[in-house]
Design a protein around this ligand. Structure first.
Ligand SMILES: Cc1cc2nc3c(=O)[nH]c(=O)nc-3n(C[C@H](O)[C@H](O)[C@H](O)COP(=O)(O)OP(=O)(O)OC[C@H]3O[C@@H](n4cnc5c(N)ncnc54)[C@H](O)[C@@H]3O)c2cc1C
Length: 401
């Protein structure tokens, strides 16, 4: 029997998780990744609920669990440096299992696990696409043409496959009204497990220890701008957005070595009417970006990859793509609605909203806050968790594709 072939665009969390599960299920896997190396974004991600369940089902828990960091308190300070609130994450996440690690660590582990099944072509992207009922034909930027049974676009929120399949993204994008930036700097603060956040109406800048000797920063600010910012302009855009903020927030930008990368993008949810067309499907942020506000994007990307591999075990590609979307979409819709509400809680827009949010964080009993913060995670875990199954190593794909 010839092995079915999948071409995956993008070696992020979604693409690598799909490569791992489909490779284990007997697929021949090629990944085309536009970047010349795997992205080393300087931020931490939290995994819980369906995402953590997916890590378990991917068989990665024994390796990932020891990488998890303890996170202690987040100390909120105002523009003048006065302490406003202290929040212990352990209190907020009470009663649920969670794991915090650097995104790069997760990507490196997924890459290592998927490597035996995967041909990874770095610095390569899709140039042209044709498909009929039987096959997808993809012309790549390295000059080759591949025939595949399935094409997965795991190429992030600004998906170029999404544009090719469904036209320009306008109409699918739901900007939350914020931009975010993140980068790493040498640690001169010695915060240990704690976070330091400078908060004010419309903007927040926080920092935390990423690894020994290294701090991660995260900036979020209110703006109507949503356009792509070239890497050469990001430092200037960020400095302008935090003009007049606490001087530390500008000092962190100055501590960034000149050539060091900055992640900077708008918080834009992607809400597409369809995720697939024929034998091509979008996965992860490309299909349904939740934004960092949900704290579930990477987790849902892995849960989605597990679910897709599971559905592909059951029958033809076209019917599997339809079942995958039908099962996952209700969870995504609920998480997106939750993100929309949470954004203005995370970074209140007005002075009144800011004061109300701070008062709520200060005076609400911790058990009630915990119920609010973990409600969405628990619900999706309960509804989605057992639909994702582990595909055992060496199990062969079914005959009909
Ligand atoms: C600051 C921050 C904090 C976050 N915190 C959390 C959290 O706590 N928990 C959580 O679960 N999620 C979190 N997220 C969200 C999470 O990081 C994303 O949802 C997740 O990384 C999406 O994975 P992806 O593989 O779909 O897309 P991406 O990670 O964007 O990967 C896309 C890949 O495709 C490549 N690519 C792009 N275009 C092309 C092309 N044309 N051809 C080939 N390759 C291409 C890119 O180079 C990249 O490697 C956070 C995000 C940010 C920015």
């Amino acid at each position: 029997m010839t092995m079915p072939h999948v071409l995956i665009l993008g070696a992020g969390v979604a693409g690598l998780a799909a490569a791992l599960q489909l490779g284990r299920a007997g697929w021949q896997v090629t990944i085309a990744e536009r970047a010349s190396d795997l992205r080393s974004d300087g931020y931490m991600i939290g995994l819980s609920g369906p995402g953590l369940h997916a890590v378990d089902k991917l068989g990665l828990m024994p390796r990932l669990r020891p990488m998890g960091r303890d996170i202690g308190e987040n100390v909120y300070r105002d523009r003048a440096g006065r302490e406003l609130i202290r929040l212990r994450y352990r209190d907020l996440l009470r009663g649920i299992d969670w794991l915090t690690l650097a995104r790069t660590e997760l990507v490196a582990l997924l890459q290592e696990a998927a490597a035996p099944f995967t041909a990874l072509r770095l610095g390569t992207t899709l140039v042209r696409l044709e498909q009929d009922e039987a096959k997808v034909r993809a012309w790549l930027s390295d000059g080759s043409m591949l025939e595949a049974d399935l094409l997965i676009g795991a190429d992030g929120a600004r998906s170029s496959l999404g544009r090719q399949l469904f036209g320009e993204q306008a109409g699918f994008e739901r900007p939350l009204g914020y931009r975010a930036a993140a980068f790493r700097i040498p640690d001169r603060l010695g915060l240990g497990e704690d976070f330091l956040s400078y908060v004010e109406p419309g903007r927040v800048a926080e920092t935390y220890q990423l690894a020994d000797g290294e701090l991660a920063t995260l900036y979020v600010w209110r703006t109507r701008e949503t356009g792509f910012v070239p890497s050469t302009e990001r430092r200037g855009v960020l400095r302008a957005a935090f003009r007049g903020a606490h001087p530390d927030t500008l000092a962190w930008i100055d501590a960034l070595p000149k050539e060091a990368p900055i992640y900077l993008d708008a918080l834009t949810m992607i809400d597409r009417p369809r995720w697939s067309q024929g034998r091509a499907v979008l996965l992860g942020d490309a299909a349904h970006c939740l934004t960092l506000v949900s704290g579930q994007g990477a987790g849902m990307a892995m849960a989605s990859a597990c679910l897709l591999a599971q559905e592909l075990q059951k029958g033809s590609v076209i019917s599997a793509l339809a079942r995958h979307e039908a099962k996952l979409r209700p969870s995504i819709a609920r998480l997106q609605a939750h993100s929309q509400k949470t954004a203005s809680w995370f970074v209140p827009r007005s002075a009144i909203g800011f004061s109300l949010r701070n008062a709520a964080l200060r005076y609400t009993p911790r058990w009630l806050l915990a119920r609010h913060f973990t409600g969405a995670i628990r619900r999706e875990q309960a509804l989605l968790g057992d639909q994702t199954v582990f595909i055992a190593l060496g199990r062969k794909a079914p005959a009909a594709w």
